[in-house]
Design a protein around this ligand. Structure first.
Ligand code: NAI
Ligand code: 3PY
Length: 379
């Protein structure tokens, strides 16, 4: 028998029981659920990462849907528990869903939601920030100032890399990768080279179609081509078996000695042990990392590396985005409970984010909608 977990209850007499494993930013998501007859239970437990047992205790004997987090292990045990409690809806408050076993969800007929689009620009802005922080050694210089080491201007003090006219490489040119490319190309006039396993028409072709060619751009036929040519490389693929340790010892070795590598995707896309060794052997090589292989931990030695800028998985952390993620996650769960169809285009979820009008009667983004045979909205 799992231990009880602390909760806060909204609309106690609501017909549908929805659980959120965390408090989330904003109040719109709460209001949307309670206005539609949901009793909402928000876990208020102090620990950051809930265990499977904690979540089973939250689900209890009767639960219609759960809003969960990317730190949780949504597999066979939780989907079976949710299904036994009568639940058919789960949504991650994240676009990435590598923490979810979608096959297990399919087996129990549970819809799995995610939150695309609303975090694209915010995440790309953090990748751009990390690129600049690494290129211009901002964190090292800040520490130097605060430690009272500044004695006056010097020709060699914190010399870094100029971006203008250099080449930016993007691995995984989906929503976020393309937005990052746009920022670096338009903002810093960098040339672009990108690699994506599937995508064939991202930003470069958009520029061409608009008669604009302020920079050169090309699609690489292999990831190695990007690693060899680019001065700044940003990783934006999903995490799956094709991208696990995509950047490993051999691939680090073919990058330029003074290159900058940024990761705002998922930690295991880089072999972090190999990265620490590479940073140690190549002091002019720099990284900007938002994600880590074994979060919340860093591999031994990484924290000591002056050529690494590290932040705690905050790429989507703007107020507007986090409130929007909460709204999309809540609407995924609510929509499934109410029997709404699935929104036709998960790349355009703006209609759900407009605070001045009620959201469409649809689930914004359900990743296993085809497998479950869910109808598509005609709105
Ligand atoms: N650090 C953070 O806080 C955040 C991290 N993310 C991560 O970023 C990922 C991407 O998000 P979106 O751009 O919205 O997704 P997306 O699906 O639009 O883009 C992912 C791209 O990766 C490509 N891809 C897949 N396998 C590949 C491979 N083996 N090699 C090269 N490219 C490959 C896909 O074809 C696709 O174009 C998410 O899945 C999530 O893990 C997203 C938001 C915030
Ligand atoms: O959405 C995601 O995938 C994140 O990592 C957090 O925004």
């Amino acid at each position: 028998m799992a231990k009880p977990v602390q909760i806060e209850v909204w609309n106690p007499n609501g017909k549908y029981r929805v659980v959120s494993t965390k408090s989330m930013p904003g109040t719109r998501w709460i209001n949307l659920l309670i206005q539609q007859d949901c009793r909402l239970e928000i876990c208020t437990e102090k620990k950051t990462i809930l265990s499977v047992d904690d979540i089973l205790a939250l689900i209890g004997d009767r639960c219609d849907g759960v809003i969960g987090q990317l730190t949780e292990d949504w597999g066979e045990t939780l989907f079976s528990g949710l299904s036994k409690a009568g639940g058919k809806a789960f949504s991650n408050m994240a676009v990435g869903y590598n923490n979810v076993d979608v096959e297990a969800a399919n087996k129990y007929g549970v819809a799995v939601g995610n939150t695309p689009g609303v975090l694209t620009e915010t995440t790309a802005e953090l990748a751009a920030s990390l690129s600049l922080a690494a290129a211009r050694r901002i964190v090292e210089a800040d520490e130097f100032m605060r430690n009272g080491k500044y004695e006056g201007w010097l020709p060699h003090l914190f010399v870094g890399n100029l971006l203008k006219g250099q080449t930016v490489g993007v691995i995984g040119a989906g929503r976020i990768g393309s937005a990052y490319a746009r920022m670096m190309v338009e903002g810093f006039k960098m040339n672009l080279i990108y690699y994506d396993l599937y995508q064939s028409t991202p930003y470069g072709q958009f520029l061409k179609a608009n008669g604009e060619q302020p920079v050169t751009w090309k699609r690489a036929s292999s990831m190695e081509e990007v690693l060899q040519e680019a001065d700044v490389i940003s990783l934006h693929p999903i995490l799956d078996k094709t991208t696990y340790h995509l950047v490993n010892k051999e691939r680090l070795a073919i990058m330029k000695k003074e290159a900058i590598l940024v990761n705002c995707s998922r930690g295991p896309v880089i072999d972090e042990v190999a990265l620490v060794e590479h940073l140690r052997e190549n002091p002019m090589f720099r990284v900007g990392l938002d994600v880590f292989e074994d979060e919340p931990y860093m591999k031994p030695g990484l924290a000591d590396m002056k050529n690494a800028v590290v932040v705690p998985h905050i790429a989507s952390a703007s107020k507007w985005t986090r409130e929007g993620m909460a709204t999309l996650a809540a609407l995924n769960v609510l929509g499934k409970i109410k029997g709404y169809p699935v929104w036709g285009n998960p790349n355009d979820v703006d209609a759900f984010l407009n605070e001045n009008s009620p959201p469409p009667a649809a689930c914004p983004s359900i990743v296993n909608s085809k497998a479950l045979g869910l109808p598509v909205s005609k709105l």
